[in-house]
Design a protein around this ligand. Structure first.
Ligand SMILES: *Cc1c(COP(=O)(O)O)cnc(C)c1O
Length: 422
């Protein structure tokens, strides 16, 4: 069993992706030491090439001003195409099905405006209990905006008593039982708190059998694990690009609309950038939706919030989805083995079957909340960056694009030390 620093170093030496680490800015602690960064599930690191793309965008603005819309290295009017193609490759769908725009919560509201169409008895939205707050606020207020009461129209599926994670079986059972009331199922690819990855194909089939539309929130799964959207047949998907996709704080987000919904008459909240390109600048009064997901855009591209994404998508392409996933699973196994030996009181709540997790492991510290918090603070003071969720959960995610086996080893040693000291 590989458990020493020498093993970690050997794993790094054998890792064909290890060299990509040098293409990222690695954060440092206040005293100049390298930090151990296991927080890519919250904010990915900066690809060094992001600075180059950002400066190129600034230079076009400086040199060309308004002419930058049509001239320059990457003209702003068609900047979207530069982002949609590699995103489609990563997500296993067609570029026309991708829109890179706004931010995640905004896109979720916009997609619900188009795809949550309550009618008659069918007017409920299904989400997971304990959803990321923004998703819960978005679905609850969206129901209210339709004059519906979330107390009965928002159905939240909880784990069984004593369990941390929701079983797909329970989702199927609910959809079979109450299917006729359900207009939309919104489900995460990876649950933000527990790190559980779902069999979305299975949930999609159950939603379809119930006659409901199926939307997915991929905030914690894009760039984390393969999630082929075409095979999944989701109706829509939304995600942010600043977590595993490393596009920087508040980066422009993503949106997928399945080809079967390209009908230009699909209801939407529109803006001029969703108008077909050929006639957009004749400023017609009547809206004509551009073909595909592009027809759901509202505003012109946020170029400075999008430029860093180009570099990151390039690195994903270079690494290859399969190799990234293999490394991610190897990092996770190494992490879990180390925890079992050095911090036996810590419980991993993330499911351990490979198909049911991505990079993140969620750890219950297994002590009273005040001491658990002190342990986390001690970790932070010793340069280990991960995150804390009440009452006693540490989330830590080795991102296969830039984290090493040595990072994981050092993290567990510091956690063990913090457990002893607190
Ligand atoms: C990170 C995350 C968000 C954040 O929303 P923003 O609009 O990007 O601020 C929302 N939902 C989920 C599930 C997330 O993981």
């Amino acid at each position: 069993m590989a458990l020493t620093l020498e093993d970690a170093l050997r794993n790094d030496a054998d890792d064909p992706l290890h060299r990509l680490r040098a293409r990222f800015a690695l954060p440092r602690t206040a005293d100049g030491e390298s930090a151990i960064y296991l927080c890519g599930h919250s904010l990915g690191l900066m690809p060094l090439a992001a600075r180059v793309d950002m400066v190129a965008a600034l230079d076009d603005w400086a040199r060309l001003a308004v002419l930058g819309h049509e001239q320059g290295e990457r003209p702003w009017i068609t900047y979207h195409d530069v982002l949609a193609a590699p995103t489609a490759e990563l997500l296993g769908c067609r570029p026309e099905e991708i829109a890179i725009m706004n931010t995640l919560s905004v896109n979720l509201q916009l997609m619900m405006a188009s795809f949550f169409r309550p009618a008659g008895h069918r007017r409920c939205i299904v989400i997971e209990a304990g959803a990321f707050p923004s998703d819960r606020y978005a679905t609850a207020t969206h129901l209210q905006w339709h004059g519906l009461d979330p107390a009965d129209a928002l159905i939240e599926i909880a784990p069984r008593d004593g369990q941390e994670c929701v079983s797909e079986e329970d989702i199927e059972a609910l959809l079979a039982r109450r299917g006729e009331e359900i207009a939309l199922v919104l489900w995460p690819g990876v649950q933000y708190l527990t790190g559980q990855a779902f069999d979305l194909g299975r949930i999609a089939r159950a939603a379809r059998a119930a006659g409901a539309l199926f939307g997915v929130d991929l905030a914690h799964s894009v760039g984390n694990m393969p999630q082929p959207l075409r095979a999944l047949e989701a109706d829509f998907a939304v995600w942010c690009n600043y977590k595993y996709l490393n596009a920087g704080p508040g980066a422009v987000a993503g949106c997928f609309v399945h080809q079967r919904h390209f009908d230009a008459n699909r209801p939407r909240l529109a803006g001029w950038w969703g108008h077909e390109l050929q006639t957009r600048f004749r400023m017609p009064q009547a809206f004509r939706a551009a073909y595909g997901a592009a027809g759901f855009q509202l505003s012109n591209q946020s170029v400075f919030a999008a430029a860093p994404l180009i570099a990151s998508l390039g690195l994903f392409h270079e690494a290859g989805a399969q190799r990234l996933r293999e490394k991610s699973l190897a990092l996770g196994r190494f992490f879990a083995e180390l925890l079992a030996v050095h911090t036996p009181q810590v419980r991993i709540i993330t499911p351990r079957e490979p198909a049911a997790h991505g990079a993140q492991l969620s750890l219950r510290i297994g002590t009273d909340p005040a001491r658990a918090r002190r342990i986390f603070q001690r970790l932070a003071a010793h340069g280990a960056i991960c995150d804390w969720r009440e009452p006693d959960i540490i989330r830590a995610a080795p991102a296969p694009l830039y984290n090493s086996f040595t990072d994981v080893f050092t993290f567990v040693m510091r956690l063990a030390e913090a457990l002893r000291a607190a």
